[in-house]
Design a protein around this ligand. Structure first.
Ligand SMILES: NC(=O)C1=CN([C@@H]2O[C@H](COP(=O)(O)OP(=O)(O)OC[C@H]3O[C@@H](n4cnc5c(N)ncnc54)[C@H](O)[C@@H]3O)[C@@H](O)[C@H]2O)C=CC1
Ligand SMILES: O=C(O)CCC(=O)C(=O)O
Length: 409
């Protein structure tokens, strides 16, 4: 891969999936003007065409970036996931091509916790079903199967940023909280950590899922786990669509094993608002179906837009990779009066020696140098006096093991 060293006016951003305008404000304020926005996700073929000349790509949860797609993204420097989850991106393939990936790990967590709690209350009162019946001209005034939330047990699977916030909010409403996590976690308030998933399932009136998409969480809730839940319990999933076997859930709702469910994420989701949503859960009145909007509040989206755009700008302007999810993390100071050479390479012995040989052969004085490695990739940043970088940049790009090099003026 060759060198990348561009004037800001030539750097292209492509923002997909209706990323909040706060991102554009940050990019424009930083001097970037070539910014294209598309309100939906793109399929692989369209994506390959669109990203061929793009330097920075912004996506949310629906755009899949595979090794195959990255193979066509010859100019891509970084990807911003304007969300928490990065399961939609082949992070290893990106790193191997020297493409840094960033996300917003916290900004929408409160929004998810609020939605889940509201859904739990509505489902315990049978509101989705009563509402659907009323829309069809019916009248379902009854206390049967309607319960207060206080005193009920909430089982939280995945006690991370979202799970812990939910724990605190639920206890505020008088709920008991039990959680399951693969890591030992400090229980907040009076919550307690279950010894296993089956123990949580057996103890909970409401089970809510807040795990990332991982091989270990794929189809984590299937027929066996649903059978282990209390009769008349409720299942909430605002994590990832691959965590719950949706046919098993539909069966459990139809057989009345479960009283209701709220599902925000699906194994297959439409790419945009004009595409049809298909699911075996359609038509089941006591299932709340939402179009992956757990994090879709104005507050969360504005914050995410700003946060991720700032990370892209920092990487573009200064080389800083702090909080990248797939890349060696380096925090860099400003470099006034210096040129900054960024070198991404295979993490094999001898590359740093070769890099520094370039500077010594050219008799270039190194003002500062930073190195970090992550797995199979190394990242070396070298500040040199302005005016001496051009020849060095050309020779650095030829160092064996180079993945990508860039110079910042
Ligand atoms: N519906 C929506 O719009 C949104 C969905 N999400 C999803 O929610 C997920 C969770 O978000 P955060 O709480 O911020 O993540 P987090 O990383 O803070 O917490 C996840 C927790 O799950 C635990 N975990 C991992 N594997 C597990 C397993 N097999 N069993 C039990 N626990 C396990 C981890 O140890 C961690 O404590 C995200 O990865 C994302 O996929 C996030 C934001 C919005
Ligand atoms: O808002 C989105 O597009 C995705 C939210 C989400 O699932 C996440 O943040 O991981």
């Amino acid at each position: 891969m060759g060198k990348t060293s561009l004037d800001k006016s030539k750097i292209k951003f492509l923002l997909l999936e209706g990323i909040h305008p706060s991102a554009l404000e940050v990019l424009r304020a930083a001097g970037y003007s070539q910014i294209e926005t598309i309100p939906k996700a793109l399929g692989p073929e369209e994506l390959k065409e669109q990203i061929a000349d793009v330097h920075f790509l912004g996506i949310r949860s629906t755009t899949h970036l595979s090794a195959d797609v990255f193979a066509q993204a010859h100019k891509l420097v970084a990807v911003g996931c304007f969300c928490i989850g990065t399961n939609q991106v082949d992070l290893d393939a990106a790193r191997e091509r020297g493409i840094a990936v960033f996300n917003a790990p916290y900004s929408n967590t409160r929004s998810v916790a609020e939605l889940v709690l509201a859904e739990a209350i509505l489902l315990l009162r049978g509101v989705p079903e009563k509402n659907a019946v009323a829309h069809r001209g019916g009248w379902l005034k009854s206390a049967a199967n309607s319960y207060e939330i206080r005193g009920k047990t909430l089982g939280i699977v995945g006690y991370g940023s979202i799970g812990t916030q939910l724990s605190v909010l639920a206890e505020g409403l008088g709920m008991r909280v039990v959680f399951h996590d693969v890591v030992a976690k400090l229980p907040l308030g009076n919550a307690r950590q279950a010894r296993s998933l089956p123990e949580l399932l057996a103890a909970s009136d409401i089970v809510t899922l807040h795990v990332p998409e991982l091989p270990s969480t794929k189809w984590m809730i299937g027929p066996r786990e649903i059978a282990a839940m209390k009769p008349g319990a409720i299942l909430l999933n605002a994590s990832r669509g691959t965590v719950v076997e949706i046919d098993a859930l539909a069966d459990a709702i139809r057989s009345k094993k479960l009283l209701g469910a709220a599902i925000d994420v699906f194994p297959t989701e439409p790419r945009g608002n004009k595409d049809e949503f298909q699911s075996p859960l359609r038509g089941l009145d006591n299932v709340i179906l939402t179009p992956h909007i757990g994090g879709s509040t104005m507050e969360a989206q504005a914050n995410i837009g700003q946060e991720v755009a700032e990370k892209l700008v920092k990487y573009s302007d200064n080389g800083t990779t702090v909080s990248s999810v797939n890349f060696p993390e380096v925090s860099l100071p400003a470099h006034p009066g210096k040129h900054r050479l960024l070198h991404i390479h295979r993490n094999v012995p001898g590359v740093l020696t070769q890099i520094n040989k370039v500077f010594s052969d050219l008799q270039i004085n190194i003002a500062a140098q930073y190195l970090q490695t992550s797995g199979d990739v190394g990242y070396v940043v070298t500040d040199v006096d302005a005016g001496s970088s051009e020849q060095a940049q050309e020779l650095l790009a030829q160092v064996p093991g180079t993945i990508r090099s860039r110079v910042l003026f």
